[in-house]
Write a protein that binds this ligand. Structure first.
Ligand code: NAI
Ligand code: SF4
Length: 502
């Protein structure tokens, strides 16, 4: 009997190791031989720890499992177990996905390179090795892949810039800082399928002529750091990494702004994590002054499937200029939350109310914040907005790193707007005035609005405009998104502001 149990941080936090110990103990007591494989997660967090038992090639799921649920697994038919959820890949949340970057996550053991290859891994790199750098860049450009960190910049153009830049040495940097609230795709990918990232970075290195790669991760992700390090050792042993191209990890110390690419580069160089003005672009002058590709982890993890299946296959998914798939991450007050990789184009309502079943509290959804703490709040009236870069932009928001945080009708949007300013004030790197001072004044002004000061809304609008147009990076520049969307869509939560605004 082969059993599969996740080892990712969410499953561990929910007791996966205790369930594993109970399984081993029960099998020993019954004199049974048990093969327990520890995989990444399928991303259905409400079912974790989700045990899978393979029977005739089908994985049957049981979750959320507790140690006390273990003996019954051995006593009766699987389908009679109270925590049985049936064949895992038929659970609607899973069955409705299109998994390209996450194709192997939850299926293979993360450090089993043979299993990775058996599931189609390394085909992209093998193909890339038969192509010229220009051909690889052309393939990525043709796929329509855009930066999944949030800005949606075309990846092919970025790679082309680095390929054509002058420099004796070039670098690839994977941004896995993942500071956005409600996001966990980078973590899940590293913990569940680290070779996918290594393969994507190796393809990128071949395309741009880089000899070194760096993965910048948060110190809050200890399991991911350990998994990445272990996978790098395996990749070195078999020669995927070596003198021609090697990857190191770099661990940040928990500053949100270090997810901004130039602050990240400063942090990697051992300097204070503050934002550098652009130009020069990192593509021209990045890590240690070398031409550098800085890509989000999911961007790089999307590359192997593009090279193995071809650009046309990738661009056959999606909507408008948002092509391919996006790992959406749904968190907050939601019934079925987790990781949902799908083609761009599903509407917010379809995802949140259809796939995710609305709120965990059972109360009506009031708002969904998309794109992290700098993202806009979407009210129900905008739930027909398709999840795509231009589509979210047209609705006054952004898709960002594709994190969605759901709130029910008990949320007070005035407090959420204030929190956005507070977050900006706390995380500001201090380089520019609109952000450093504006965020503090923003908090005070929202307090005045909440206290009914009729002059305050106009001051806040002016302040938001100054932050938007005068900030050096997205932290100050995007904080107006949550503030203004909260005020626009939920004026009743701002007390006297409604009358004043009218
Ligand atoms: P940006 O628009 O300034 O740049 C996007 C990327 O394109 C950068 O890597 C930039 O260097 C590159 N680029 C621009 N022009 C180029 C050219 N001509 N040639 C080559 N490369 C070029 O956006 P930025 O400030 O890097 O990112 C902002 C985004 O970050 C926001 O949309 C926000 O959603 C997201 N974000 C994500 C977070 C996360 O946790 N993943 C946290 C905070 C913000
Ligand atoms: Fe630093 Fe804020 Fe200016 Fe960004 S907007 S450079 S975080 S002070």
């Amino acid at each position: 009997l082969t059993l599969y149990l996740p080892l990712d941080a969410a499953a561990l936090a929910l007791g996966a190791d205790e369930v594993a110990a109970a399984l081993q103990a029960e099998a020993r007591a019954r004199g049974l031989d048990l093969v327990l494989r520890r995989t990444g997660t399928r991303g259905m967090v409400w079912l974790e720890p989700l045990l899978e038992i393979e029977e005739d090639g089908v994985r049957m799921g049981f979750g959320p499992l507790e140690p006390a649920d273990v003996p019954a697994l051995f006593d009766s038919a699987f389908e009679d177990h109270p925590k049985s959820v049936g064949p895992v890949e038929q659970i609607p949340f899973f069955a409705r996905q299109t998994r390209l970057a996450f194709a192997r996550c939850g299926i293979v053991e993360p450090l089993d390179l043979d299993a990775y290859r058996a599931q189609g891994g390394m085909k992209g790199l093998e193909r890339a090795m038969t192509m010229t750098p220009e051909e690889i860049v052309a393939e990525i450009t043709a796929s329509g892949l855009r930066g999944r960190g949030g800005a949606g910049f075309p990846t092919g153009i970025k790679w082309k810039t680095v390929l054509e830049a002058e420099g004796a040495r070039k670098a690839v940097v994977c941004n896995a800082d993942e500071g956005d609230s409600g996001t966990f795709a980078d973590r899940m990918l590293i913990e569940g399928d680290p070779f996918c990232l290594i393969e994507g970075m190796a393809i990128c290195a071949r395309a741009v002529g880089a000899d070194r790669g760096y993965v910048y991760m948060r110190s809050e992700y200890p399991q991911a750091i350990a998994m990445l390090d272990a996978s790098l050792r395996v990749a070195r042993e078999v020669g995927i990494l070596g003198d021609h191209f090697d990857i190191e990890d770099r661990v940040g110390a928990g500053s949100y702004v270090c997810g901004e690419e130039t602050a990240l580069l400063n942090s990697m160089e051992g300097k204070r994590g503050i934002v550098r003005p652009k130009p020069p672009l990192p593509a021209h002058k990045g890590f240690m002054g070398r031409p550098t590709v800085v890509n989000n982890l999911i961007t790089l993890a999307s590359v192997p499937a593009i090279l193995s299946e071809g650009a046309d296959h990738y661009r056959s998914f999606g909507l408008g200029r948002s092509l391919g798939t996006v790992p959406l991450q749904i968190a907050g007050n939601v019934r079925y939350g987790g990781l949902f990789e799908a083609a761009f184009g599903m509407t917010i309502g379809e995802l949140v109310e259809g796939v995710c079943g609305g709120t965990a509290s059972g109360r009506p959804v009031k708002a969904v914040q998309i794109g992290g703490p700098l993202g806009a709040y979407f009210p129900r009236s905008l739930f027909d907005t398709p999840l795509g870069y231009e589509e979210c932009d047209a609705a006054g928001g952004l898709i960002g790193h594709a994190g969605l945080v759901v709130f029910d009708d008990t949320v007070e949007m005035g407090a959420m707007a204030r929190f956005a300013m507070e977050f900006c004030a706390v995380e500001s790197c201090g380089t520019c005035t609109p952000c450093r001072i504006g965020a503090v004044r923003g908090m005070e002004t929202i307090d005045r609005i909440l206290a009914g000061d009729p002059a305050a809304p106009a001051i806040l609008a002016d302040l938001c405009e100054t932050m938007r147009s005068g900030s050096l990076c997205a932290l100050g520049g995007f904080t107006p998104y949550p503030v203004e969307s909260a005020l626009r869509h939920f004026p009743e939560d701002f007390g006297g502001a409604r009358e004043a605004a009218e």
